[in-house]
Design a protein. Structure first.
Length: 286
């Protein structure tokens, strides 16, 4: 532990973790130290640059609260979230839906809503009717699947970003005995991720735009099946190929079809045009 220098300090730090009884934790820490030290040797930061890095991480933590997670945003914009997702949810089965990022605006235990209900509480926008079914790997319908949905409004804002009287555009549904789900909402818009914090500043100084393509978030949960966290993106969105958080996959892109006035799929009479999205989800057994 004496006379440490740029060549021997990595081994000294790893040796200090040798007494760790949690083998998985020890493996993670040893790898972290090895790669972090290698990174520093490669870029050779000045002391000022390292202080700036610590300040950036400090401000990232200070921006987090019970309605916003700036560290998730940082992970998303560096592609780390999608890499972790890819490592943990690899599938070649076309009957199983692909996953993508959770995002920073998920709120646990959203309001329970009935099949076909409208969740556009306290907001306005172009109506969107969403429906589909949930099935297993054999295509058999899955009843009683819990589905959390959340999204931005037609101006690109989530409810937690606005001073609303309660939740909006987020709810929890349960599939029926045929695995079906359905709800009314508003058509989401492409939107910038929050740029008023350190992550937004990072995007600005590196010449990156902050926009995400329009989408609706879904989280599907059922006993005996892996939880699916995913999004369904609008087919004609201009940001599909440059999503700020790298979350778009071809299988998750669908037509938010423009529909004329008249009778909607659920029998509702629509005096104006609206959008229609149909998407089926496949769950993987755990």
């Amino acid at each position: 532990m004496r006379n440490l220098n740029a060549e021997n300090i990595t081994d000294a730090v790893i040796e200090e973790f040798s007494g760790c009884r949690d083998e998985r934790l020890k493996t993670i820490l040893n790898s972290l130290v090895t790669h972090l030290h290698a990174f520093l040797r490669e870029v050779e930061p000045t002391e000022q640059e390292w202080t700036q890095a610590i300040d950036f991480l400090t401000r990232t933590g200070q921006k987090c609260d019970d309605q916003r997670q700036e560290f998730i945003l940082l992970s998303d914009t560096l592609g780390v979230t999608m890499l972790v997702d890819a490592l943990n949810h690899q599938t070649s089965d076309p009957m199983v839906s692909e996953s993508t990022v959770l995002g920073p605006f998920y709120v646990a235990d959203p309001p329970q809503a009935d099949q076909g209900a409208s969740i556009d509480w306290n907001v306005e926008g172009e109506p969107l009717y969403v429906e589909g079914r949930v099935h297993d790997e054999r295509g058999e319908p899955l009843a009683n699947v819990v589905i959390d949905v959340w999204q931005s409004d037609s101006e690109g804002f989530y409810d937690v970003q606005k001073e609303l009287d309660g939740a909006s555009l987020r709810a929890r549904f349960t599939t029926d005995d045929q695995g079906r789900y359905a709800f009314w909402t508003v058509t989401p818009a492409p939107y910038p991720i929050p740029t008023d914090g350190p992550v937004g500043k990072m995007l600005e100084v590196t010449g990156r735009h902050p926009y995400r393509p329009a989408h609706v978030h879904f989280m599907l949960m059922a006993d005996g099946y892996e939880t699916l966290v995913t999004q369904v993106f609008a087919e004609d969105d201009p940001y599909l190929d440059s999503d700020a958080v790298f979350g778009v996959k071809d299988s998750l892109v669908r037509d938010y079809r423009q529909m004329p006035t008249g009778e909607a799929p659920d029998g509702r009479s629509m005096p104006s045009s609206y959008r229609y999205l149909n998407y089926d989800f496949g769950l993987k057994a755990s």
